[in-house]
Design a protein around this ligand. Structure first.
Ligand SMILES: Nc1ncnc2c1ncn2[C@@H]1O[C@H](COP(=O)(O)OP(=O)(O)OP(=O)(O)O)[C@@H](O)[C@H]1O
Length: 274
């Protein structure tokens, strides 16, 4: 974030300094599995004893509290303008607008400028303390909301772009890569989600890898279309918590290994730590 005299911006900058790596999970369109990937990567990071925060900035569909079984939890207020994220598991905490005490069955109605103000205020209010990783589940698309996050959470260490294998989705992934680069966010790579496994012919296979090659960004791996991922999303436990030894569990772990290797070798480490 550029230097500002605004007290909220100063507070935000101070809070973010205590986070070693900030990883934005982005997608050009909705429903491609961004929240699913974010939740599973964050869980695996925490299991590896990395102090991890998960930030859900989707104001219209904050799904992460439900996916992580903390939909009934509310933030603990620490003082004026300060809230403590919700503990999910050892080393893992979540901050989602879904935990501000709103009835999850009702839709949030936000007008444009109000939305951006809320995102900014939300970023500034959450007290994470020291984190190794902050995984930011961004709203889909390349609009003002993602722009606001990119601006206020800067410098973002890198972006993970999630896509599905079809041509239209891959086109959207290209837009996301371009968007991230325009915001000066380095692209960690592309994840192809809902990829057809052997004998399947639903979404196809290989589009994400092709897009990564054409755009000269790393391909982080594919996650198969797996109905158990949908079920685990509904049970409040991420897939990798209960199925780490399945092929899909290993695909997710492989993606995390590549993300961590990229971050930990990144010269952009804002904390200046090794
Ligand atoms: N690999 C997969 N196999 C099967 N189902 C999946 C897979 N990945 C995600 N899903 C399912 O697809 C649906 C959309 O996933 P998710 O909510 O993670 O997408 P999203 O991109 O975050 O959506 P939004 O645009 O609403 O933020 C969910 O029901 C989820 O369980």
């Amino acid at each position: 974030m550029e230097q500002s005299d605004n007290p909220q911006d100063i507070m935000l900058a101070r809070r973010l300094e205590r986070i070693r790596f900030r990883v934005a999970v982005m997608s050009g369109k909705g429903g491609v599995g961004k929240s699913t990937i974010s939740a599973n990567l964050a869980w695996l990071l925490a299991q590896g004893e990395r102090e991890t925060g998960l930030l859900d900035t989707d104001l219209h569909g904050p799904n992460l509290p439900l996916m992580l079984g903390v939909e009934k939890a509310c933030f603990t207020p620490l003082g004026e303008d300060e809230i403590e994220p919700v503990p999910v598991a050892p080393h893992l905490r979540l901050a989602s607008v879904g935990n501000i005490g709103h009835d999850p069955r009702k839709a949030f109605i936000w007008r444009g400028p109000m939305k951006l103000g809320v995102i900014r205020q939300f970023l500034a209010c959450v007290v994470w303390s020291d984190l190794d990783y902050l995984v930011i589940d961004t709203p889909p698309g390349t609009g003002d909301e993602v722009l606001t996050i990119g601006q206020y959470a800067a410098p973002v260490t890198g972006a993970v772009i999630v896509t599905t294998p079809q041509d239209v989705a891959v086109l959207d992934a290209r837009k996301s890569v371009d968007f991230a680069l325009q915001m000066n966010i380095p692209v960690i790579g592309i994840v192809e989600n809902m990829s057809d496994g052997e004998g399947m012919a639903l979404f196809g296979h290989g589009g994400g890898e092709r897009a990564a090659r054409e755009l000269s960004v790393p391909f982080l791996g594919r996650v198969s279309l797996d109905p158990r991922l949908v079920r685990s999303g509904d049970t409040g436990r991420p897939f990798v918590a209960d199925h780490p030894e399945t092929a899909t569990g290993r695909e997710l772990a492989g993606i995390l290994d590549r993300v961590m290797a990229w971050c930990e070798e990144s010269p952009e480490d804002p904390s200046g730590k090794d």
